[in-house]
Write a protein that binds this ligand. Structure first.
Ligand code: HEC
Length: 482
């Protein structure tokens, strides 16, 4: 089981890069055949209005999170809301802090790459300099605006479409005592018939508190299912006592054997979007009755009594998966040896690498770099036997807050004998605003004590690769097609 320890100090404010508004280049607004979005991406608008120019940028790049009940702390779906935040919007977009997209687009490209063009950034600057003009709603585009002149947001809480099934996790009461909490939950699901799950997506109820979740599917063999399997249950776990807590959850079969599980069917970290592969790739065949177990639902400290009601969206598809996906996990709890070992002395910046050579050709779909609070940068690439390098990902400035599962636009094929290498830097100095220790102290990978440690001070270095065994023609496999 992977542990994603997510302790975040909310009070730490990133240091904004100072914004210099550069002189305007000649701009050509208006009458072209290209869509508004393409036009905005190409040329800055000298005197933009909210209705015509800012709204489309917010719709495309921001509203996925900055919407009512989105994962961001405030919505930006109207002129009044955007104007209130205008100066900060100009700052964080120019500094490329928002939208959050840590992967370097000069190294590799992924689905959902959310980056503003330089022209869009300048248009926002110009809007603020010229006094945040609203513009006339006579010029609004119905592609972006609802009738009440607010920006449109999808009715369902999902980043990948309209779910076929919404699993509600029983509400969990959280005390306002400033303590991190970890829960195991089990929710029983009964469908009209056997089904194939194309994708699952965790949507936090209390977005400020839910730090991460990792969900497994529990498939009970026919006849072995007992009444305890049908119960929905939540257990507050004490780090270090997993085995006991699992028992309490009523997961085991009557003969105490462990039921079949599908690991990591759904994962959540803020900003992580569910993945739905095209054609016959991936997907999970499930019987009509099964359970969803969230095995480490982690809530950060709260200063008020509250309740969390998170949901898991499920998307079905008709055909059985004919190309199941597999995972390679390099580093902590996985293959390859982290060199030098992950021990990070205080007041030092260290670099570590891990490599693994594949024996059979693979087609890479998705990758997930994972470090904790001391992470500084992350790079991964593969070296083919013929000496060619395949650039997988570069994150020049690690941001603990945004740990996406990156899916390639076109699958990356690696021949047998390719060596995959990941290199991570860690910053255990006072300059790292996320450093949990003040003053810094030695931090190491504590996986060796059985995976029971959830201490925030521990580090991890993982590179998780989701792949399918290679088939001829995969070089052209377009993962964006649906
Ligand atoms: C993937 C989700 C996501 C997207 C997309 C996103 N934001 Fe944010 N934004 C957040 C979250 C969450 C925060 C709260 C701070 C944090 O957790 O980093 C935030 C904070 C902010 C802040 C407040 C910064 C401060 O310190 O006061 C501004 C302004 C902002 N976002 C603007 C934008 C704009 C403009 C866009 C689009 C160009 C955008 N965001 C896209 C999630 C997102």
């Amino acid at each position: 089981m992977r542990l994603l320890v997510a302790i975040l100090n909310k009070r730490l404010i990133p240091i904004w890069v100072s914004v210099v508004v550069v002189g305007l280049s000649q701009c050509v607004p208006g009458e072209t055949n290209v869509s508004k979005l393409e036009e905005l991406a190409q040329e800055p608008i000298e005197n933009p209005t909210f209705v015509e120019h800012i709204a489309p940028i917010l719709s495309k790049h921001c509203l996925g999170c900055h919407r009512p009940q989105g994962i961001a702390p405030f919505s930006l779906n109207s002129y009044a809301l955007a104007r209130k935040k205008a100066k900060t919007i100009a700052k964080v977009t120019a500094a490329r802090i928002m939208p959050p997209w840590p992967a370097d687009p000069n190294y590799s490209h992924f689905i959902g790459e959310n980056l503003l063009s330089n022209a869009e950034i300048k248009t926002i600057q110009n809007w603020v300099i010229n006094g945040t003009q609203e513009g006339s709603y006579a010029k609004k585009s119905s592609a972006f605006f609802a009738e009440n002149n607010q920006l449109q947001v999808a009715a369902y809480k999902s980043a990948i479409g309209k779910p076929d099934l919404v699993i509600s996790i029983a509400p969990i009461a959280i005390k306002g005592d400033g303590i991190d909490r970890f829960y195991l939950t089990k929710t029983h699901i009964k469908l009209p018939e056997n089904a194939v799950i194309a994708a699952m997506e965790f949507v936090p109820g209390n977005k400020d508190l839910v730090h991460h979740a990792n969900g497994h599917l529990i498939l009970y063999p026919n006849g072995k299912k007992s009444s305890k399997h049908l119960e929905n249950k939540t257990v507050n776990i004490t780090p270090g006592q997993y085995a006991e807590d699992f028992k309490q959850l009523g997961l085991l079969n009557d003969d105490n054997s462990i039921p079949e599980r599908i690991h990591s069917a759904v994962n959540y970290l803020p900003g992580v979007v569910g993945v739905r592969y095209p054609n016959d790739i991936g997907g999970i065949a499930v019987p009509k009755e099964f359970s969803l177990a969230l095995v480490d639902l982690h809530f950060g400290p709260s200063d008020r009594n509250t309740t969390d009601s998170s949901v898991v969206n499920v998307f079905f598809r008709k055909s059985k998966p004919s190309r199941p996906t597999y995972e390679i996990n390099l580093g902590t709890d996985g293959v390859g040896k982290i060199t030098p070992p992950l021990v990070i002395p205080p007041n030092q910046i260290t670099q570590h690498s891990v490599s693994y050579t594949i024996e059979k050709p693979i087609t890479i779909l998705t990758i997930n770099p994972h470090l904790h609070l001391l992470g500084k940068s992350f790079t991964a690439f593969a070296l083919k036997p013929n000496g060619d390098t395949v650039q997988l990902i570069s994150i020049p400035k690690w941001n603990f807050r945004w740990q996406y599962f990156y899916t390639f636009k076109t699958a990356q094929v690696l021949p047998a004998g390719s060596t995959i290498t990941a290199i991570a830097k860690f910053d255990n100095t006072n300059n790292n605003p996320f450093n949990p220790n003040k003053p810094p102290k030695q931090v190491s990978e504590r996986w060796e004590d059985g995976g029971n440690s959830m201490r925030a001070s521990d580090e991890m270095f993982q590179f998780i690769i989701t792949y399918i065994p290679y088939q001829k023609g995969d070089e052209a496999l377009n993962l964006e097609s649906k």
